[in-house]
Design a protein around this ligand. Structure first.
Ligand code: PGA
Length: 254
């Protein structure tokens, strides 16, 4: 059984004071049977790094540059994030794709840059509502993953995490049903199998999109859902803990 991950994507929220407080509430709780990652905005990374240092809570960034350095105004390189203790980087979140011009190709480049710095990408895939309604979910997700395989090679996800986040479920309160999510997770694992049989067994595939304390149990009970990427509900420690407990319960009961 794969150790589940619960990752909090704090998005563009918080102040230095509030993120330190949230991080310290999280590090005060001891987690077992679940890997916990928090992803503050890049500017808050040093503050949160100092709070989580020495705890089991891992630190992730929400994005990273597709190059190591040079004339890329406004970007942050993976090696710089690593210097501050980040171990993970979210790559290709749908908000980056839809609002900031990220494409399958630039996401693939970012994925490579994150791996080059020795960090773990949390690579996001997912379809829009129109794409789902047109029956294109699997072809969209395959295209997003194939772009990474083409750029990085068949081992692209051997040291990575994947997050399936249907765009229509993010921040909307609409969650994919556990069966809908499981179907896509299983398809992703199948796709990986053709490229890297080893990775297809070991890679953690997280579900994201309106996960909360009330629906986490049902989602995480599905065999190919290995935890969650959590937005809104990660900003309140009580909700976040309930989601972490739901993931840990699946692991300990397996
Ligand atoms: P949400 O966000 O949990 O608020 O839907 C998830 C995400 O965007 O990663």
């Amino acid at each position: 059984m794969r150790l589940p991950i619960v990752a909090g994507n704090w998005k563009l929220n918080g102040s230095r004071e509030s993120v330190r407080l949230l991080a310290s509430e999280i590090t005060d709780k001891s987690f077992s049977d679940v890997e916990v990652i928090v992803c503050p905005v890049a500017l808050h990374v040093p503050d949160v790094a100092s709070v989580v240092a020495g705890s089991s809570v891992k630190l992730g960034a929400q994005n990273a540059a597709f190059e190591e350095g040079g004339a890329f105004t406004g970007e942050v390189a993976s090696s710089m994030l690593a210097e501050y203790g980040c171990t993970h980087v979210i790559v290709g979140h749908s908000e980056r794709r839809s609002l900031f011009g990220d494409t399958n190709e630039s996401c693939a480049q970012r994925h490579q840059a994150v791996l080059n710095a020795g960090l773990t990408p949390v690579f996001c895939v997912g379809e829009s509502l129109e794409e789902r309604e047109a029956g294109e979910t699997l072809s969209v997700v395959t295209g997003q993953l194939d772009a990474v395989f083409e750029h990085v090679g068949n081992a692209a996800f051997d040291q990575a995490v994947i997050a399936y986040e249907p765009v229509w479920a993010i921040g909307t309160g609409k969650t994919a049903s556990p069966d809908q999510a499981q179907e896509v997770h299983a398809a992703i694992r199948n796709m990986l199998h053709a490229r890297s049989p080893e990775a297809s067994d070991s890679v953690r595939i997280l579900y994201g999109g309106s996960v909360n304390a009330g629906n986490a149990d049902e989602l995480f009970a599905k065999p190919d859902i290995d935890g969650g990427l959590i937005g809104g509900a990660s900003l309140k420690s009580a909700d976040f803990f309930a989601i972490c407990d739901a993931a840990a319960k699946q692991y300990s009961q397996a």
